[in-house]
Design a protein around this ligand. Structure first.
Ligand SMILES: [Zn+2]
Length: 239
């Protein structure tokens, strides 16, 4: 079961109190991330390592990973997921240990990060201040919140759109985690990346396939040479 746990002080409205009351009935271990307050961030372009307070670091992650125009609640959810992902990296991963860092600023490797200065420069001048405050508020409103499974931060992977259903981690990376199972995600069809199409020429297809399979051969004149042999439970091609 995934639960949000608050270690910081939060003002409780009657509505949140009702929700928390139900959560508190469930016995669970608590998690204090007090030891993980400083992030050693590796700047991939320069190779420099910068130390940043966790939540200040998260301003740069949230403003990089999600458009500021998104709903406030979406930005808050992104902040919680990014905090959880970061703490998990600090606790378990030694990906950048050799460089003396916990995490890097690349979305292709760890998670995207951008400095306030660079972020502001990319926004319209008239919106800069307001946008940055929106980002700070989203992170600050979630201080103390991380996603736990059995009292420990989860591997909080995130993506923009799963096309109506997520895929289990077992089918993607091979690791089976009880909290990374396939679930329906209703309401994604109105948003970007719900559907996509890739057109590949015959020659390109052969080149790409031979990168992984030396003896790859195909006869395009025979229709049945390209077919999906097996799908996962979420109707994705199994490979
Ligand atoms: Zn990295």
């Amino acid at each position: 079961m995934i639960k949000l746990f608050q270690v910081g002080f939060v003002q409780r409205t009657s509505e949140t109190s009702a929700i928390l009351k139900n959560i508190e009935k469930i016995p669970y271990k608590t998690f204090d991330y007090g030891d993980y307050q400083t992030v050693r961030l590796l700047h991939t372009e320069t190779g420099e390592v910068e130390e940043l307070p966790l939540d200040i670091y998260l301003y740069g992650v949230v403003s990089s990973e999600m458009p500021v125009a998104f709903e406030e609640e979406a930005l808050k959810a992104q902040a919680i997921v990014a905090r959880t992902y970061t703490i998990y990296q600090m606790m378990h991963h030694q990906k950048h240990a050799e460089q003396g860092a916990d995490i890097c600023d690349s979305s292709l490797c760890c998670q995207a990060w951008i400095s306030k200065e660079n972020r502001m420069a990319r926004w319209e001048e008239t919106e800069r201040e307001e946008n940055w405050i929106k980002i700070e508020n989203a992170v600050n409103a979630t201080i103390g919140k991380v996603i736990l499974y059995e009292g420990e931060p989860i591997k909080a992977f995130f993506h923009s759109n799963s096309g109506g259903m997520t895929e289990s981690s077992l089918n993607v990376w091979g690791g089976d985690y009880p909290y990374l199972q396939a679930v329906e995600t209703i309401g994604e069809s109105d948003y970007s990346s719900y559907e996509s199409e890739v057109i590949v020429s015959k020659d390109e297809l052969i080149v790409k396939m031979r990168e992984n399979f030396d003896d790859f051969e195909i006869h395009f004149e025979q229709d049945d040479w390209i077919q999906i042999l097996e799908t996962t439970d979420t109707s994705r091609a199994y490979f």
